[in-house]
Design a protein around this ligand. Sequence first.
Ligand code: PXP
Length: 255
Amino acid sequence: MRQVFPELGVNIDHVATLRNSREGFEPDPLSAAVLVKKAGAAQLVCHLREDRRHIRDSDLRLLRAWNGLPVNLEMAMTDEMASIALDVRPALVTLVPERREERTTEGGLVLGRDMCGKIGEFVKKCRDNAIRLSLFLAPDTMDMNRAIDLGVDQVELHTGEYANASDPLKRKRELERLFSAAARISESSVRLAAGHGLDRENLLSVLAIDNLMEVNIGHSIIARSLYVGLEKAVSEILERIRRETPLMRREGILS
Ligand code: PXP
């Protein structure tokens, strides 16, 4: 069936970060996940980092055991994470770069020869285990070509540079980069997602990307949930997506 609107993935890492700050049980990522589902999101996103500063292995396993929404597991391409992913079998794995000192994921994956080799092997293992594989990439045409050649299922465009640009000219340039990377992906069978730094306002221009199938949002939703509650914060974004996805796409004039 034709997908009319981009799906929404909600990143719940911040819920775990808040819980970890007191080493207790609240707030609980699983309870947050139940509300995210109730609000109508299509998937949960969480990043199991090497230092476990957000979700922990037990959170990931609980979310999978609950099985209420597909899990998009963000992780670095390390042997440890690969073996956890193949054991837990989330619906989707998104490979992201990871540096210990960063506050959040900065930049897309760097697709050097070594990394491409590792991804090439991991793609096959994911396929054998019914896990779809996504690469989190800066909107760069060369990287789109590499991702297509690697045979991954999805590319998630890093929207951070666009979202964080305060200079209107830079913002326009970054948006153009997103559109041209998306155009390259549309020539292949790779599914297109986007995420990082998106909120109710800057999401609007991104929704104009014709072949966008998924947006993943964390920080702005969790921040907004402090004022209006998590369910409402998620539904507000969903409503934006439904209302602001261009009419041409909604009416099937665009695929
Ligand atoms: N997509 C990916 C691959 C990410 O790493 C993140 C941040 O963890 C997000 C989306 C969500 O970004 P934000 O929290 O800025 O909405």
